[in-house]
Design a protein around this ligand. Structure first.
Ligand SMILES: [Zn+2]
Length: 70
C-alpha cells in the first residue's frame, strides 16, 4: 500500500499511469520507476516540486566511496 510521504495518509488516488494524488494534503505524487516525485498543486493549477523537502538531500554518508563493478 502506498503512503503519502508528506502526511503518511493512505488516501491516495490514482490520476494517471504514474501519477497519484493525496487527498490528505492535496499533493501530487509521480512515480517514475523507483523514484518518487512530489508536487504541490498551486491554485492556478501549476505544479511546484516538493522534492527538496523529501528527497533532495542525498547525503552519501551511508555509502562510502565503493565502486560496484558489473
Ligand atoms: Zn498527503
Amino acid at each position: 500500500m502506498m503512503r503519502c510521504p508528506n502526511c503518511n495518509s493512505k488516501d491516495i488516488g490514482k490520476i494517471g499511469s504514474h501519477q497519484f494524488y493525496c487527498w490528505g494534503c492535496f499533493i501530487e505524487l509521480t512515480v517514475n520507476g523507483e523514484k518518487m516525485s512530489v508536487f504541490q498543486v498551486e491554485e492556478d493549477g501549476t505544479l511546484s516540486s516538493l522534492d527538496d523537502l523529501f528527497f533532495g538531500e542525498e547525503v552519501p554518508q551511508d555509502f562510502p566511496s565503493v565502486q560496484v563493478s558489473p
